[in-house]
Design a binder for this molecule. Structure first.
Ligand SMILES: [Mn+2]
Length: 425
């Protein structure tokens, strides 16, 4: 039904003005490096290292073209303009609020589903999964299929390292997917942020399954909305630092969430810990920017020199020396492509499952974890399901850590007495 009332037109006009305002402000204040952080000789690295200089040198003496003239604006009369509108539950059958068991219908780890905030509250939900199927931020198709690939995995959880099953210890649900605009990364941020905020406001931990890494911005900003600016620390597992400047005028893509989070003041640089950086990006300017902002980072070069055991202890110590709340953002490309070929921008020389799993249990058990995201899983280039299998295990290990903490076993060193030599009777 088309609504032609003046009120509706005025409302939509305001909305467009607000969007235009945001764009205008963003255009007036380009990030300091404006894409100058590509290292010498670094050519386009599968999309993630393709910052381009915003302004070409003008050799003709003519005025540069007006960028505004090139923008094709949105149709204000499209009834689907507001991608962040509330989920339509008008066709749901009447029922008491609370998690809904769905039998063999696919959900993350076979969990019950939740449709409303009341479902989360009444069900005393501690962990709410959500899908954020964005793939425009990586620049090609596939990462958006990540949530459903993970939902299709077999549902077994837990492992003999701890003999703890998080599914037994924690109340968890699948809260569905965020209502993104799959033609716009920019417009997809707000609905994801809002859904993260909804979950966090109930006290539950949002576990966001991407989707490309642009969603880290929405995830962490949503958590900061609830827990307060500068009150959340982030461990960023990634081959890339994801703090790139503007590219073709865009201020959000899978290469930029970290820059936006710091520039907008959601997170202090010193509360960002980066693990697994390698390859050609960033160059010196990117590292200088991180140094200026007091980032803590651990490159693969450092890990190769000092050994994973040493660096893992350092990261766990640094996580304990931060704000009260912790978010873990896990880009599957931090692992070596031998284990995770199904991703958009693989870089050789990464972490192994043996290195990744214990640090996740440690981080998620020793800290007050308030959010977790798993991103850049692209099942369209994962022919052997290796990546999806490892991605599932990554989530599993972190939630095992959350369950360990609940049981009073929160420690990086905890292993079940049944499965270690020194506890033999
Ligand atoms: Mn990333």
């Amino acid at each position: 039904m088309k609504d032609d009332s003046p009120f509706t037109h005025a409302l939509i006009g305001c909305l467009i003005a607000a969007i235009a305002g945001v764009l205008a402000v963003a255009c007036e204040t380009p990030p300091a490096d404006s894409g100058a952080d590509a290292p010498p000789g670094a050519e386009a690295d599968a999309g993630e290292a393709t910052d381009t200089t915003a302004q070409q040198t003008d050799t003709t003496g003519q005025e540069p073209p007006d960028p505004e003239a090139a923008i094709i604006r949105l149709d204000p009369n499209d009834p689907n303009l507001e991608v962040w509108r509330d989920r339509d539950i008008s066709n749901d059958p009447p029922r008491e609020p609370g998690p809904i068991r769905v039998g063999s219908v696919l959900s993350f780890f076979g969990l019950p589903i939740a449709r409303t905030i009341e479902d989360l509250v009444v069900g005393e939900v501690e962990v709410a999964f959500m899908g954020a199927p964005v793939d425009m931020g990586v620049g090609f198709r596939g990462a958006g299929e990540g949530p459903n690939a993970l939902r299709a995995m077999r549902r077994s959880t837990g492992s003999m390292e701890t003999m703890i099953s998080w599914r037994r210890e924690l109340t968890a649900v699948d809260y569905g997917n965020a209502p993104i605009d799959n033609l716009s990364t920019e417009r997809s941020m707000e609905p994801i942020r809002r859904m993260v905020r909804e979950i966090a406001e109930t006290g539950a931990i949002p576990v966001i399954i991407g989707g490309d890494h642009s969603i880290e911005f929405a995830n962490v900003a949503g958590l900061a909305d609830v827990y307060g600016k500068e009150n959340v620390g982030v461990i960023h597992f990634d081959a890339h630092y994801d703090a790139g400047g503007t590219r073709s005028g865009h201020l959000i893509s899978h290469a930029q969430p970290v820059r936006r989070l710091v520039d907008e003041g959601h997170i202090l640089g010193r509360n960002f810990i980066q693990v697994g950086l390698r390859g050609s990006w960033p160059g010196p300017e990117g590292f200088e920017w991180m140094r200026e902002n007091e980032f803590r980072y651990h490159t693969m070069a450092e890990i190769d020199r000092d050994g994973w055991g040493t660096v893992m202890q350092l990261v766990l110590d640094e996580a304990n020396d931060g704000p009260e709340y912790l978010h873990v953002s896990f880009d599957i490309d931090v692992m070596d492509p031998a284990y995770t070929s199904g991703t958009g921008t693989p870089v050789p020389g990464g972490l192994t499952p043996r290195e990744v799993f214990p640090i996740l249990r440690g981080l998620c058990s020793e800290n007050n974890l308030v959010g977790f995201d798993l991103v850049e899983l692209n099942p369209l280039v994962d022919p052997g399901y290796t990546t999806t299998l490892n991605a599932k295990q990554v989530v599993d290990e972190c939630l095992t850590g959350v369950a360990m903490r609940k049981l009073g076993l929160g420690s990086r060193d905890y292993l079940s007495p049944l499965t270690r030599r020194d506890a033999r009777r």
